[in-house]
Write a new protein. Structure first.
Length: 117
């Protein structure tokens, strides 16, 4: 299995100086039958600690905190397989409303306000 890309679906402020972050991984999977499939893995990392108000100049700090928290525990929710990479990407961007950058997802989720992303 090879990771192709990562998309951010939702970044939610839980009101307790913590954030819940949902994201999807797009993987290329070579099956033993010789076929190649594209797997969309959906993950959710909860209770990412961050005390500051999210602004453009510290969004990278929140992303780093998320990475630290995500690597400490299990965040897998579910996955689906697609025969075509394009179908998998469409599922992520159209159905899950995923964004290719953390900053764009933060803006669209409403936790990063007043920014031109």
């Amino acid at each position: 299995m090879e990771n192709i890309s990562q998309y951010f679906i939702d970044i939610e402020d839980n009101g307790q100086a913590q954030f819940n972050i949902e994201y999807a991984l797009l993987n290329e999977v070579k099956h033993e039958n010789g076929n190649t499939y594209f797997e969309v893995e959906i993950h959710r990392t909860e209770e990412v600690p961050f005390d500051d108000m999210i602004e453009k100049d510290n969004i990278d700090d929140l992303e780093e905190k998320w990475l630290e928290t995500d690597q400490q525990g299990e965040s897998y929710i579910e996955s689906g397989l697609f025969k075509k990479e394009e179908d998998a990407k469409d599922y992520i961007t159209l159905v899950l409303k995923g964004f290719s950058t953390f900053e764009k997802a933060a803006k669209e989720s409403g936790v990063l306000r007043g920014s031109l992303v």
